[in-house]
Design a protein around this ligand. Sequence first.
Ligand SMILES: Cc1cc2nc3c(=O)[nH]c(=O)nc-3n(C[C@H](O)[C@H](O)[C@H](O)COP(=O)(O)OP(=O)(O)OC[C@H]3O[C@@H](n4cnc5c(N)ncnc54)[C@H](O)[C@@H]3O)c2cc1C
Length: 558
Amino acid sequence: MADASFDVVVVGGGHQGLIAANYMIRNGYTVGLFEQRRELGGGGCTESRPISGFIGNPCAHVAGLWASPVNQDFKLHERGLNYIFPPVHSSMVFPDERCIVSYRSISWDKETGLVVPQEEIVEKNINEVERISPRDAETLARWSAEGKIWQWGFAAMQVLWNPPALPGELDPIEALIVDPNSGIDRRHQFMTATEYVSDLFDSDELRAHSLRMLGSAGIYPDDAAPLPIMLSNVPMQVIGFGGGVYEGGTHNAIHALQRALSEEGGKFFVGADVDEILVENGRATGIKLADGTRIEAKKMVITSIVITQTLARHLHNVDLGPGGAEYRRKIAKIRTDRGQIFWGHIAFHELPEYKAAAWNPDCGDARWIFMGDADIEYLDREYRFNNQHIRPGQWPERLYLWEATDTKWDPRYAPPGKHVALLEEMAFPASWRTEAEWLQIKKEAPDHFLRQWQKYAPNMTWDNVIAANIDTPWDIMQRSDNFVDGNWGLIAGTPSQWGAMRPIPEFAQYQIPGIEDFWMASGSCHYSLGLTGWAGYNCYKRIAQKHDLWKPWEGRLF
Ligand SMILES: Cc1cc2nc3c(=O)[nH]c(=O)nc-3n(C[C@H](O)[C@H](O)[C@H](O)COP(=O)(O)OP(=O)(O)OC[C@H]3O[C@@H](n4cnc5c(N)ncnc54)[C@H](O)[C@@H]3O)c2cc1C
């Protein structure tokens, strides 16, 4: 006999679990959500960082969730979730004191989710590129005039906000590839990131900027990357169609989703470590917690846990039918070795003074500031090698840091007059070093990062610093079983683990063949580029189609 019973049981209290739970409760089901940690949120959290008095986001920070229809479906802005969109979207500063600055050239209506381009700012961004490379500016102006940048961005959005195509269907990107007028070269889908940006742009500055942005998506220059991610890079770079800032910290996204759920009567339980998904006669019937508590699911179980844990732990006792051995073999071989980063916070007194401000005074006001040389050969051949060989006392000469000083837009992050920046740099799987080595690397990291930063902003010395904490992949792995080997993307986002092949083709429609009423809304299904809500929303789309539930997307774009 079960200790408690709900129509729908959700496993995992990160944003994907909360999104799925919110859609289910809108259909009149009773919902119980079970979270292992002592608080909801998973990678959607905000903590005191790097020192008391300051706050920082130890995981998701760039707010991609703003573009999600869940904002409108659950009126999250009325429940405490607001985004800030700094007008200067991104900049890449080079050691020769030049820079590329791009301004946000879209407006967004939080009530309707409507995005409207601002052509005059697109033109301004192209003019900025012209100062660096007239040929690249010409190319971008042509793509803009022909509407190609929007067409590519829109196709990428369609792919991301819908479940993967069913066998035999063409997804919007595949449709572009076969369209001779789309401007997409069929070769692009098989190119490495370096090959791709080299084909698009003539200048090494634009190429380096693009490659560094792709790095934040878990793609190294010599990786082949999923085409939708490459395609959305140009709109991000030139149109400023990217993430904003979560006002008051990322945890406000989680609080808003939890409020929406609780207001409808949904129940959530923290400190509830789910040990097993119960399957009887080929149907998911509930869960068992590590303390032995059994929860009945009258209609279905939805999990938001990474697929590797789902199979190895939650379903380890379950007979997966004739294909079971093959499914387990494939999942055991899933790659998790992309998406590892150094991710830390530095609190300081005075804002960085970039040398490149002489080229464009706005460069230091960007929401994303990338720093590095326009050296494509180094990026392609040595950057990854050097980063992956970091050891105690052994650091590369040249890094490609990214910084975001949120106190420029949101005073809540620091005491009055003080600042805190987030810093990111690429890394490698946690299991490649021992704990002792990672502890030493963590100790050395702030000094190395500051030395890099000083090349571009000389006032970023220790005299200006109040405190620093840089998390390594080891720290990230300790936070959650979901960040496998310290990977923020849960599993790697390589083309073979993407879209209709993620995590494996047999599971790509959010279900395991042979288990009825069991759905998977984890970012390890379809695609997750972070706290974007794609998996939770798209999994619900398939549930709604199957059970004829609420379909808020009818009559709108996504
Ligand atoms: C360092 C870092 C930086 C990042 N930066 C960004 C960024 O800037 N922008 C962005 O959009 N994304 C970013 N991300 C990624 C983002 O945080 C994740 O993609 C996102 O949190 C995944 O959401 P989720 O709901 O699928 O999983 P999670 O957020 O991991 O939530 C899953 C939940 O399930 C719980 N759980 C696990 N096992 C069990 C169990 N057995 N029983 C019960 N509960 C369980 C976990 O505790 C967790 O709360 C970053 C991540 C990291 C680590």
